[in-house]
Design a protein around this ligand. Structure first.
Ligand code: PLP
Length: 218
């Protein structure tokens, strides 16, 4: 099946109210444009340089989510066109986003990334550290915290990913009623090509899908 059919199939199967982010790392702009013509509204990019190059071709007909590990020296490059940073996991990176958004008069929606699998090599804050980070982020006027994101460990069987989605949802529910400035806990970004249905069952309302839209990355 082609990209167009893949996009149409997934869009028709997603329950109402679920945002689909097309995870577009390594895909050519032509492939992404095919997906956009078939109904993709948001693309997710992992690398600052690549994101910038794609934005130059694709422009503002889509929204851009940053879904990779963001380095501090790359923030300035991307804040102009990125509509949401899903991967904030330190006060340092939040402060840099805040600083670079201020002269643009932009308030950047961000998600805090949770390292739900407690994997040392993975980005994200541990579940028990999320609240403290969010409390600090809430003081930054050019950032609006709008929810959480997690990758979780990658398994062949998506059922194995379920406990990590459950854990992230628990953090979400715990933080949601807390009253901090600049916070509105409304998005939970979890689930990829093989796990998004399980993630949605556990409360995800943003799913990030690459392979199932574009085919295997080569
Ligand atoms: C690549 C990527 C995805 C999508 O992965 P697929 O398995 O290709 O669907 C989702 N989220 C992040 C952060 C990614 O880097």
């Amino acid at each position: 099946m082609g990209i167009k059919e893949n996009v149409e199939t997934i869009l028709s199967e997603l329950p109402d109210g679920i945002m689909l982010v097309a995870a577009s790392k390594t895909r050519r702009p032509e492939e992404i444009l095919k997906a956009v013509e078939a109904g993709i509204k948001i693309i997710g990019e992992n690398y600052a340089q690549e994101a910038e190059e794609k934005e130059r071709v694709i422009g503002n007909r889509v929204k851009y989510h940053f879904i990779g590990h963001l380095q501090r020296n790359k923030v300035k490059k991307i804040v102009r066109f990125i509509d949401m940073v899903e991967t904030v996991d330190s006060l340092k990176i939040a402060e840099e986003i805040n600083k670079r958004c201020a002269p643009l008069d932009k308030i950047m929606p961000v998600l805090v990334e949770i390292n739900s699998g407690r994997e040392p090599q993975k980005a994200g804050v541990l579940p028990e550290d999320a609240e403290e980070l969010i409390k600090k982020i809430s003081n930054l006027p050019n950032i609006k915290l709008v929810g959480l994101m997690t990758m979780g460990p990658i398994f062949g069987d998506p059922e194995d990913a379920r406990p990590f989605f459950v854990e992230t949802k628990k953090v979400f529910e715990r933080i949601k009623p807390l009253v901090f400035p600049n916070i509105e806990m409304k998005y939970l970004s979890m689930g990829m090509s093989n796990s998004y249905m399980v993630a949605i069952e556990e409360g995800a309302n943003i799913v990030r899908i690459g392979t199932k839209l574009f085919g295997p990355r080569t």
